[in-house]
Design a binder for this molecule. Structure first.
Ligand code: NAP
Length: 254
């Protein structure tokens, strides 16, 4: 799973899962484009971390709910790196709430960041990969919420479900350009922001008996980024310790 000579853009790599993905790809020899919504200490820390592993890496900021922000980010990317081999659509937002109280504004925001931004980023990255004739990999970070719905996540689940379908459509259309498109369906993953009580309440519904780590998601992304899996496209690969195997149905508190 060596990625020397490749360049990857990981959206939302200032913290959480995206930060570990950026580090993992850099560790395997990839040049990184580290992204956050805005300048922040977290973004700078993540970038400094990656730079130690991969010196040519760069940092970009863009508010992904705004198409103009995405345009600006890709203009910057095109001026700063000579190739783009891997796009990881990782950034996402959520604001859980009861369906009957859901504001249209919240629906629109979740859909703009979690679905429209991956579409626009995949289109821009796909054009670069096609024009460079280098092929490439697009990896969408999805969620078990796409399949296994929970209360208060109607907009998040719908957007992740659509992201799963989008993955397959892109895989079909981009195969002729040697671009593989896959999704990683993550279960409950511990990040700095996952509240500990939420982690504890999940444990009994996870057959593996524990929350996943960001490293476990990142290593799968590294595999999907590599030429080891050039024949895998349109796949959704679950990393959830068995969470979606049916345990949830017996847990009315979830
Ligand atoms: P996180 O810690 O909340 O980090 C989110 C990242 O996305 C940050 O880098 C953030 O940038 C960026 N971001 C959020 N809104 C943005 C916006 N409007 N414009 C630009 N960037 C934005 O998230 P996470 O828990 O690591 O989740 C990463 C991915 O895994 C998401 O796709 C999520 O749906 C999926 N996932 C997570 C879990 C889990 O248990 N954690 C489970 C299943 C799936 P800033 O720092 O600049 O705000």
């Amino acid at each position: 799973m060596q990625l020397e000579g490749k360049t990857a853009l990981v959206t939302g790599s200032s913290r959480g899962i995206g930060k570990t993905i950026a580090r993992e790809l850099a560790h395997r020899g990839c040049t990184l484009i580290v992204h956050g919504s805005k300048e922040s200490d977290a973004l700078r820390d993540s970038f400094e971390d990656v730079k130690k592993l991969s010196g040519d890496s760069i940092m970009v900021t863009a508010e992904l709910s705004e198409p103009a922000g995405i345009d600006k980010m890709f203009s910057h990317v095109e001026q700063s790196v000579t190739r783009l081999d891997i796009l990881v659509n990782n950034a996402a937002t959520q604001k859980p709430g009861p369906f009957l109280e859901l504001e249209q504004e919240d629906w629109d925001r979740v859909f703009s960041v979690n679905l429209r931004a991956p579409f626009l980023c995949a289109q821009r990255a796909g054009r670069i990969m096609r024009d460079n004739k280098t092929g490439g990999k697009i990896i969408n970070i999805s969620s078990v919420h796409a399949y296994d719905v929970r209360r208060y996540y109607a907009h998040y689940s719908a957007a992740k479900g659509a992201l799963e379908t989008l993955t397959k459509s892109l895989a079909l259309e981009l195969a002729e350009f040697n671009i593989q498109v896959n999704s990683v369906v993550a279960g409950a993953i511990a990040t700095e922001l996952t509240p500990l009580d939420r982690q504890a309440s999940f444990l009994t519904s996870i057959p593996a008996g524990r929350i996943g780590t960001t490293g476990e998601v990142a290593r799968l992304v590294a595999f999907l980024s590599s030429n080891e899996c050039d024949y895998i496209t349109g796949a959704s690969i679950t990393v959830d310790g068995g969470l979606t195997l049916g345990f949830c149905a017996s847990r009315p508190d979830l």
